[in-house]
Design a protein around this ligand. Structure first.
Ligand code: FEO
Length: 398
């Protein structure tokens, strides 16, 4: 792909990674992009780099517009390697460039890439960098989603480059929000929020308010992943506000796994009890599903019901992994419930409830358990269990 113009003398020079399907455990069904931006003024600035494998593609795009050797600044909004691992390659060419980052960004660069003799300019919220006709303003954004993270704002063109915030893992030949399927776009944006930013919901609300107080009203939001929001950037900001409030719908997610179909029969009977009360439902067998997709569905669900057979006196390994992953993302304000089957001593339900209560998530009691396989009476109890959860969803409480 060639560079793409966002505004006069402002270009996307990133890379599209069509084939990657595992992004540190996040299943990227549509593949990611690594967005970098080039601003040409009296001073020439590269905002972020790309994953190392794409360093040559980045340099070639820059060279179509200017010589990489002439870069004056390289802004490191975030030191995670998908954005910084080409920094060394860029700096080998741009020998006179200054690296601009937060204090923690500088520390991170040194830890990942070793001490070096690059010039650094440490910036903090409100600092500006005059480029000629254009001006960059910086906003620190610690824990959105790493301690070093920051946003860069191009004042005259009103382009906000917030790195991971507002991103999507969406590989495409198109670069702008209005050029792609809107359902796919919002689906991937929601998935990205649920799997990367949900633990920092409280910080997101405050950061959006702070950005507004600083007088930053972006016309374009250019994140480091996916397409650029140029048509209606308020829409994704408003979605982030709603998601960070933990707003949910009348919807439930059942996540289960099964050994000999007993827990599976329970899952389907519970789903009958839920859906007959008008509640939207998604059902996932964890061994056949990916974490990122399940968490996206949990994002707007009021209830999460988790089922597991007992294996070696505890929960099935895929359910243990799911609960580790899901509780780490802290989806608060949901109704949690558990169920499962066992042969003799049991243990799965106990282990699931322990994991959930340790994470301060409220679990509907009592949980539902059957020995060996559910008979007709027990399947009816499963339906009633689902109906109880549906009532709680309809009441909107836990
Ligand atoms: Fe896209 Fe936190 O890196």
């Amino acid at each position: 792909m060639t560079p793409v113009e966002l505004a006069e003398n402002v270009y996307w020079v990133g890379a599209v990674d069509w084939n990657i399907r595992d992004f540190h455990g996040y299943e990227t069904r549509r593949g990611p992009t690594y967005n970098a931006y080039l601003i040409i003024d009296d001073k020439k600035v590269l905002v972020d780099t790309v994953k190392y494998q794409f360093k040559t593609a980045l340099a070639e795009k820059i060279r179509e517009l200017t010589s990489p050797e002439d870069l004056d600044y390289v802004v490191v909004n975030h030191v995670e390697m998908d954005h910084s691992s080409s920094l060394g390659h860029v700096m080998q060419c741009a020998k006179n460039a200054t690296v601009v980052s937060s204090r923690r960004g500088k520390d991170g660069v040194a830890k990942y890439y070793g001490e070096n003799d690059w010039d650094f300019q440490i910036v903090k919220t409100g600092d500006e960098l005059r480029l000629g006709k254009k001006t960059l303003q910086f906003v620190e954004a610690p824990m959105l989603h790493w301690p070093d993270s920051m946003f860069t704002y191009l004042e005259e063109d009103r382009i906000l480059m917030p790195n991971d915030a507002f991103g999507q893992h969406l590989a495409s030949s198109q670069r702008f929000d209005d050029e792609v399927d809107q359902g796919v776009l919002m689906d991937e944006a929601a998935k990205y929020y649920a799997n990367i930013l949900m633990p920092y919901a409280a910080l997101i609300t405050r950061k959006i308010e702070e950005v507004s107080r600083l007088g930053i009203k972006p016309r374009i939001i250019a994140p480091s992943h996916g397409v650029i929001w140029r048509t209606n950037p308020e829409a994704i900001v408003n979605s982030y506000v709603e998601w960070s409030k933990g707003k949910t719908e009348k919807k439930a997610v059942i996540v289960y796994d099964t050994m000999w179909h007993s827990t599976e029969k329970m899952a389907y009977a519970i789903s009958d009890g839920i859906t007959r009360n008008g509640i939207e439902l998604r059902l996932f067998q964890m061994r056949r599903s990916d974490f990122a997709e399940v968490l996206k569905e949990i994002l707007d669900s009021k209830a999460v019901i988790v089922g597991s057979p007992t294996l070696n006196s505890t929960m099935f390994l895929t359910i243990g992994a799911f609960l580790d992953y899901a509780t780490g993302l802290r989806p608060k304000g949901r109704i949690w419930a558990t169920f499962g089957s066992y042969g003799w001593g049991g243990g799965a339900v106990r282990a699931m409830n322990k994991r959930l209560t340790e994470s301060r998530l409220e679990v509907v009691e009592p949980s539902l358990q059957v020995q060996y396989a559910p008979d007709l009476k027990e399947l009816q109890k499963c339906r009633e269990f689902g109906e109880t959860i549906a009532e709680k969803i309809n009441l909107g409480g836990t």
